[in-house]
Ligand binder design. Structure first.
Ligand SMILES: NC(=O)c1ccc[n+]([C@@H]2O[C@H](COP(=O)([O-])OP(=O)(O)OC[C@H]3O[C@@H](n4cnc5c(N)ncnc54)[C@H](OP(=O)(O)O)[C@@H]3O)[C@@H](O)[C@H]2O)c1
Length: 330
């Protein structure tokens, strides 16, 4: 079968590799669609722990179950599934175990014609989505779901600011927060993306490249209950300024690195929280899919491309004009 393999640091190649063999408790899935994540590009660039060369890349995938090892799992054969990329989250729902990893490094991932995964990684594709849409859900959808509802404790009627609307996770956070009945505001470095977000139901949009916007932002209906961010950097202090007392900033990335200072004074006086989050546990993955089904949420897809274009598309993940997931037909 064909698989996209990290052959050397920074080097990707579509290679002919053996179809994975099944062992007890596993299913063989014929991959029909995969999606790119920022993580894949970080791995290609060598900016991730435990990188091994010779591995198949990819965390997001959806397909059809072709074979199972155990007779008791045979009802899965022929089913359209989306794959939970969590491996060994562990027993504590609050935090991942030390063994935790994500499909696609250091274990073989979804960017291949077949993958063998434990049966409990399989979930039925939401009925209202096709396999291409379903393939875009796992990593970004799960991260957004936990950030908003578990860590952010978002409730209907609250004001939430999602930073960097152009981001894969940010867009799921936007769709989920809207479906939950929150008043959703966004930031972006692109006025075009802000217009798109407003057309899709954002109550307001602010360009983070025009720093002056933050001077007024705290006045938005009395400030924000929650900010969801992955950029980090010194902008965090602007978020601290625009939060309501007891508000929260939940962050799942630090694309712009560490802040040079933190406004501790305002934080303790206003009883604010700065909360980190990563991916989500298996129960949250299941809840995320149910939520998507219940609210008939459709992911935002930037483009659908053939599998043959996957390696060359890694460079597009950080392109400023991208809005939505880049999905590939396998
Ligand atoms: N912890 C986890 O579990 C987890 C999971 C997924 C991702 N992540 C991390 O989170 C980050 C984003 O991931 P992603 O998949 O959503 O990436 P992505 O699709 O590449 O999105 C990156 C977005 O960041 C936004 N951005 C850049 N500078 C910004 C700034 N100063 N303020 C606000 N937004 C800014 C841009 O938004 P605009 O285009 O709108 O300007 C850009 O589109 C990455 O660092 C990734 O590694 C972590």
């Amino acid at each position: 079968m064909k698989a996209l393999v990290l052959t050397a640091p920074g080097q990707l190649e579509v290679k002919e590799v053996p179809v994975p063999s099944l062992s007890a408790g596993k299913a063989l899935v014929k991959i029909k669609a995969v999606a790119l994540n920022r993580r894949d590009d970080w791995i290609r660039e060598g900016k991730y722990p435990n990188i091994k060369t010779g591995m198949t890349m990819g965390s997001d995938g959806a397909g059809v179950v072709e074979e199972v090892f155990n007779e008791e799992h045979k009802d899965w054969i022929g089913k359209e599934v989306v794959i939970n990329p969590n491996i060994d989250w562990g027993l504590n729902p609050e935090v991942q175990s030390l063994r935790y990893t994500i499909l696609g490094m250091p274990v073989d991932g979804t960017f291949a014609e077949y993958i063998a995964v434990p049966i409990d990684r399989l979930h039925h594709k939401p009925f209202h989505l096709d396999l291409l849409q379903a393939a875009s859900l796992p990593l970004c959808g799960l991260t957004a779901f936990r950030a908003l509802f578990n860590k952010g404790e978002l409730r209907a009627g609250q004001n939430v600011l999602i930073s960097g609307f152009g981001g894969g996770v940010a867009q799921f956070a936007f769709l989920f927060a809207k479906a939950a009945g929150a008043s959703v505001y966004v930031t972006s470095g692109s006025d075009e993306k802000l217009e798109k977000a407003i057309k899709m139901g954002a109550k307001g949009g602010y360009n983070y490249k025009k720093q002056a916007i933050y001077d007024q932002l705290w006045k938005t209906k009395g400030g924000f209950d929650l900010v969801i961010d992955s950029a980090g950097g010194d902008q965090i202090n602007s978020f601290i300024k625009i939060l309501r007392p007891s508000g929260k900033i939940v962050f799942y990335g630090a694309t712009n690195g560490k802040p040079t200072s933190l406004d501790f004074y305002r934080m303790f006086w206003n009883q604010l929280s700065l909360v980190g989050t990563t991916m989500g546990n298996d129960q949250e993955f299941e809840e995320m899919l149910k939520f998507i089904g219940k609210h008939q949420i459709r992911p935002i897809v930037d483009s659908i491309r053939p599998f043959s274009k996957l390696a060359e598309s890694f460079g597009d993940i950080a392109k400023p004009n991208k809005v939505g997931k880049i999905v590939f037909q396998v």
